[in-house]
Design a protein around this ligand. Sequence first.
Ligand code: ADP
Ligand code: MG
Length: 254
Amino acid sequence: MDATESQVEPTAEPVIELSNVNKWYGDFHVLKDINLTVRRGERIVICGPSGSGKSTMIRCINRLEEHQEGDITVGGVPLTNDLKNIEHIRKDVGMVFQHFNLFPHLTVRENCTLGLIWVHKMPKKEADEIAMKYLERVRIPDQADKYPGQLSGGQQQRVAIARSLCMNPSVMLFDEPTSALDPEMIKEVLDVMVELAEEGMTMLCVTHEMGFAKTVADRVIFMDGGQIIEENDPDRFFNQPQSERTRLFLGQIL
Ligand code: ADP
Ligand code: MG
């Protein structure tokens, strides 16, 4: 595992930009003045206590949640109520969830081809070839005709990653992709994520896998109470945390 060497140019094109983003659930102010730029090829890890707004923030990026104030831009397209823009952004952004979110009544292969056939209007044969290419990449081509329920959690999460990659996203969002897995399956999923990072995929990962953060991340972001409290390169983040809250959090998880 050594993906840290290639430093992303500070001038690389921004893929995701959040500017003064605020969001409320009813009266509850869940995201407070979030500012974040993710550049092409950057790998960012987001951590922070439960309830700090990590999921909400990344779900706003592909409009699974709606923000009320501030601007979000993905690939140069502003995220507004315009359905065309939302569709455009969703095609560009892959998302992997904690609980896999596969369709249980479809086979692994069908889970992977669904978006290609229905969103990209691709002929089935061509979609099948792409699905198999990515299932090979996550090392489970032999499971293609099984149903998700017949697979282990680690295998299901790798299917979820393959399914996202089939859509050829320019950025991948991960929301605690290994938190629901038994310990022996965490590595097989992290290995796939490390490979993706090494291939230059732009990634925004909510995870508490600090080994992954140390080897892969260009930047680590710490959130608490709906705010970005601190962000730094992994070396400084772990060795010289600036805020007391970050120190407390790291003390609990490391
Ligand atoms: P994290 O991912 O950091 O654990 P979340 O973004 O899931 O945090 O949640 C942040 C806060 O918002 C939590 O207090 C949570 O209870 C609250 N919350 C999340 N989703 C909703 C919702 N749909 N309606 C109301 N409150 C919510
Ligand atoms: Mg969460």
